[in-house]
Write a protein of this length. Structure first.
Length: 322
């Protein structure tokens, strides 16, 4: 019987610390979305077969980890790659989930994610796969990263230190401009090393205050205005770390889109997800159409085509049907 794994995107609002002067490094903050999503299907087989080379490699790793014979794997829906929506982690873990379900095994995301190449910096993507929600992870011990990151797979996925289910009438508008993809792979690693080497620890202290006194209480109380403003501030503070690497607090043209969206009364906070170019805005179901129109107008105003998606926050992890 075919196993089908469905994984929603995630937004990454930023890290709590990028300075080697603090005890914990990284510490991701993000939220699971219902849309857009990736869907992977798998059937048991004697070997691994998939028309997509990347997914085939992920499926072979999954087969080895699960100690099963093989799988015939198909991706029927995809997330846009390297735009700030967590496509790499969600695809890898959806593949693991589908192969596991095809053989009646548990995916054990947290245990197996490092071998799948995931969770080496932020733990948000793995936590999203496990159970969704708004999530904060505890980061990695800084001493592991003082010279260079651990070798591939030789890390533990950061623990979840806070999780909240956001109100079901909240919506996230995501605008993905048709521009060059955000950083990934070796290029992302090089940029992150450069950022970490010169990161101002004072910014981490400011972020800690915003997260502890604004964002987390707002998530717990369902205060959308404070939450939106708080994650937007967290993103701007992160952007100060990244400015030299990405050409400003936001990578172009994300900054102009953020400015345009900030004027919309239906939106309570806006920012760039991860390396971009995806831009998010916080709104609610009643004003989602107004916010969607504002996002489309913002793309037009900066002279780029793109896709706009409105999504509810996801309250569960990767869903599997078999």
């Amino acid at each position: 019987m075919t196993a089908r794994a469905v994984a929603g995107a995630r937004l990454h609002f930023g890290f709590q610390n990028l300075s080697l002067a603090r005890e914990r490094l990284y510490g991701g903050v993000g939220v699971a979305l219902e849309e857009p999503r990736v869907v992977v299907e798998a059937d048991p087989a004697d070997t691994v077969h998939c028309d997509d080379d990347l997914v085939a490699a992920q499926a072979r790793t999954a087969v080895d980890l699960l100690e099963v014979s093989g799988a015939d794997v198909t991706v029927t829906e995809r997330l846009p790659r390297h735009v700030g929506l967590g496509s790499g982690t969600q695809l890898a873990l959806a593949t693991l989930a589908a192969v596991a379900a095809a053989h009646d095994r548990e995916p054990s995301f947290r245990e197996r994610a490092p071998a799948m190449g995931r969770g080496g910096r932020s733990g948000v993507g793995v936590a999203v796969a496990e159970r969704g929600g708004f999530l904060v992870d505890g980061g990695h011990p800084t001493e592991l990263f003082t010279a260079a990151p651990p070798a591939d797979g030789e890390w533990t996925v950061p623990p979840v230190t806070a999780r909240h289910e956001l109100p079901d009438d909240w919506r996230f508008v995501v605008a993905v401009p048709d521009v060059s993809a955000g950083r990934s792979g070796d290029r992302e690693d090089e940029s992150m090393r450069a950022v970490v080497e010169r990161a101002d620890p004072g910014i981490a202290d400011e972020i800690g205050g915003v997260l502890l006194r604004r964002v987390l209480p707002a998530a717990a109380e369902g205060d959308r205005a404070t939450f939106g403003a708080g994650v937007a501030t967290l993103g701007r503070l992160n952007g100060a770390w990244y400015a030299d690497e990405q050409g400003g607090v936001y990578r172009p043209p994300a900054g102009r889109i953020v400015d345009e969206l900030s004027d919309c009364p239906a939106i309570t906070g806006t920012g760039q997800s991860s390396w971009g170019p995806a831009v998010y805005a916080v709104t609610d179901a009643a004003r989602a159409d107004e916010a969607r129109a504002a996002a489309r107008d913002a793309l037009e105003s900066v002279g780029v085509d793109g896709r706009v998606v409105v999504s509810a926050p996801a309250v569960d992890g990767i869903r599997v049907d078999s």
